[in-house]
Design a protein around this ligand. Structure first.
Ligand code: AMP
Ligand code: ZN
Length: 442
């Protein structure tokens, strides 16, 4: 590797992938990374290896901090959990590093773990932002320590970019020798998590245009809060964390669903057998007409209507609660998908749903049904498997590998970024707009 400089330009092409000279032949290098994710309440570590024809996830585990008594993520509890569990997970991960069998093995690319020779990672990847600053910094500090101790580079990557790239990781993990990593750029994604709700067009690795974004709460957050209001106490106790979205889904069951056939119909309030109904956002009496067609989301009105309905009838029967759970998800998901139909979709081939809420089967079904009802039967709906939808270190590892292949690494001075967009047209300049990137020139 030769000189390094601060990078602000667009990414290198995939051909920039490092190669090594062995004998008289060029061999594509394999890439091995240890990755750390600590942006919120999950401490996760992964070891991912990319060979020229296959990708293997050697290790992937996470521990979620116990926040249930607070009813939401408590930053200090999350921080303490990262401090308590991260090193233990890293220690555990090391024994899953692939064995070092190379004939050219020497100290610079080998680790001795419990008496076994292991391949040393080529670089350490860590989530740099966005997220809770103290939680992020715990991961970053550990990653820096490993990078310095092992004398390998560091890559501090964007968490939302990682969610957006997850379907490409899934494709790489499943890939046969000749098939390309998919979806190919450009593709469109609903990024729906506990902290974010965006409709994004991914143009290339570092250029993700935000087409629509929430103006208040994230979809996952509103589902968690509605679940707390709707679900009976004993059902809430079954949850393993404060992320109550999965409980809301299983409590609601699999309701019949008839999609709206037009934007106008999407804006209509549907009646229920009960004395309440759930109006779509921007469509209540106070809703402003212009915002009905704006490329933005607003979920707080769903949360406040659900709260009002439950406060009027705190001992609501289970059957009615179930319908309220179904309606909450239907209205929220239809609002999410409605913005897609404000765009010219003539060349759309694939729509990806990524982030924690993408695990919801009803969301997948509604997306499919709404596309079909509008004449987009040919558009593919792709969702990563649930374990890769929620926060996880495997997606961070994959993002590190894609960024590395594009020629990037991070300086050891990088610090946590509470906010960090993925759109280069935003004031912070997006992924490459922040300082700290180093560019390999060779
Ligand atoms: P993330 O921030 O990407 O880790 O996603 C976490 C969010 O996804 C939380 O708000 C969860 O409640 C939500 N979530 C996870 N699984 C589901 C599901 N099956 N249905 C609805 N929301 C879910
Ligand atoms: Zn996330």
């Amino acid at each position: 590797m030769s000189s390094k400089c601060i990078a602000r330009s667009s990414c290198l092409s995939r051909q920039a992938r490092p190669k090594i000279l062995l004998g008289h032949q060029y061999f594509r290098r394999t890439l091995l990374t240890l990755a750390i994710e600590t942006s919120c309440d999950d401490t996760s570590v992964a070891i991912l290896e990319k060979l020229s024809d296959s990708t293997t996830l050697h290790f992937h585990q996470k521990i979620t901090s116990e926040n249930r008594i607070y009813g939401g993520v408590h930053p200090l509890v999350a921080l303490e959990s990262h401090q308590c569990h991260l090193s233990t997970l890293v220690q555990k991960a090391l024994s899953s590093l692939p064995p070092q069998r190379s004939a050219i093995a020497h100290l610079t690319n080998t680790l001795l773990v419990d008496g076994d020779l292991k391949k040393k990672p080529d670089f350490v990847t860590v989530t740099r932002g966005p997220g809770m600053r103290s939680s992020l910094q715990t991961g970053i500090d550990t990653a820096k320590g490993l990078a310095v101790a092992w004398q390998i580079p560091l890559l501090g990557v964007n968490h939302m970019q990682a969610h957006a790239l997850t379907p490409r990781l899934v494709s790489a993990l499943a890939k046969s020798e000749e098939s390309a990593t998919t979806p190919a750029f450009p593709f469109v994604t609903f990024l729906v998590s506990g902290g974010h709700t965006m409709l994004v067009q991914s143009l290339d690795l570092c250029n993700h245009e935000i087409l629509a974004e929430t103006t208040d709460m994230a979809l996952g957050d509103v589902l968690d809060k509605c679940a707390r209001d709707i679900l009976p106490e004993d059902t809430l106790k079954e949850g393993s964390s404060v992320m109550y979205g999965p409980l809301l889904e299983s409590f609601a069951g699999a309701p019949q669903y008839v999609p709206p056939c037009s934007n106008k119909e999407s804006n209509r309030t549907r009646s229920t057998p009960y004395q309440w109904s759930l109006p779509p956002p921007y469509c209540s009496e106070k809703g402003s007409g212009e915002r009905r067609t704006a490329m933005e989301y607003n979920f707080s009105s769903i949360g406040s209507t659900v709260k009002r309905i439950m406060s009027r009838n705190p001992s609501m029967f289970i059957a009615e609660r179930r319908v309220l759970a179904q309606e909450t998800m239907r209205v929220a998901f239809e609002h999410l998908i409605s913005r897609l139909f404000f765009l010219d979709l003539s060349s759309l081939q694939t729509i990806v749903i990524s982030g924690g809420v993408a695990s919801n089967q009803f969301l997948r079904r509604i997306t499919r049904s709404m596309l079909d009802a509008r004449g987009y039967k040919h558009v593919q709906v792709t969702c990563p498997p649930p374990a890769l939808c929620t926060d996880n270190a495997a997606m961070i590892a994959w993002t590190g590998i894609e960024m590395w292949e594009a020629g990037y690494e991070s300086g050891l001075g990088v610090t946590a970024l509470k906010k960090w967009t993925i759109d280069p047209s935003r004031p912070d300049g997006g992924i490459l707009g922040v300082g700290g990137w180093l560019r390999r020139n060779s």
